[in-house]
Design a protein around this ligand. Structure first.
Ligand SMILES: Nc1ncnc2c1ncn2[C@@H]1O[C@H](COP(=O)(O)OP(=O)(O)OP(=O)(O)O)[C@@H](O)[C@H]1O
Ligand SMILES: O=C(O)C1=C[C@@H](O)[C@@H](O)[C@H](O)C1
Ligand SMILES: [Mg+2]
Length: 162
């Protein structure tokens, strides 16, 4: 199992799909798995709160057992998920605030980034999580200024060296 971790908009879903294709394996996304069963992420946050979403995220991740899995940006917060990820190979995508600014402007699907303070929130959420991403990472790639294909080509040789 290969898990993609990193802050919101770092490209876990996009790079994960492309990495799975390169490795001729399956791709799954824990956010998409939650949404498929429980409705959109903004709806879940609004109706039941973030901790309920985290419970659903733990359930979804525990059910994904093959191939490449893109996690949600906050999945690493839960101890159960940290243990699960540690049993697989973890790829951490690092993104700068400048890179994030370009990506999150027009996106309304991340409840934690709703509103004018989106980038400030993104950065403060990231700083709290950065030590966990670094602790879990087997492979660490800085994604700024790189195409999805370039990122995949950077990940592949590092996976082979593990
Ligand atoms: N290397 C890249 N270059 C340019 N744009 C990218 C790149 N990777 C991803 N993107 C774009 O950035 C946005 C965020 O990507 P993506 O949804 O894959 O991030 P994510 O890490 O899965 O975010 P989340 O934590 O919210 O699930 C998308 O619009 C995607 O098309
Ligand atoms: O970083 C986060 O806490 C989140 C990231 C997204 O992938 C979603 O899982 C959700 O919007 C929460
Ligand atoms: Mg995603």
């Amino acid at each position: 199992m290969i898990y993609l971790i990193g802050p919101m908009a770092s490209g876990k879903s996009t790079v994960g799909r492309s990495l799975a294709t390169a490795l001729s394996t399956s791709f799954a996304d824990s956010d998409a798995a939650v949404v498929a069963h429980h409705g959109t992420i903004p709806e879940i946050f609004a109706a039941h709160g973030e901790q309920h979403f985290r419970d659903l995220e733990v359930q979804a991740l525990s059910r994904l057992r093959t191939g490449v899995v893109a996690t949600g940006g906050g999945a690493v917060l839960r101890e159960e998920n940290q243990q699960l990820l540690s049993r697989g190979t973890v790829v951490y995508l690092e993104l700068s605030p400048q890179g994030a600014a370009e990506r999150i402007k027009a996106d309304s699907n991340r409840p934690l980034l709703a509103g004018d303070e989106a980038l400030t929130v993104w950065a403060s959420v990231y700083e709290k999580r950065r030590p966990i991403y670094e602790m879990l990472a087997d492979v660490h790639v800085k994604v700024d200024g790189k195409s999805v294909l370039q990122i995949v080509e950077e990940i592949l040789p590092q996976l082979n060296q593990l």
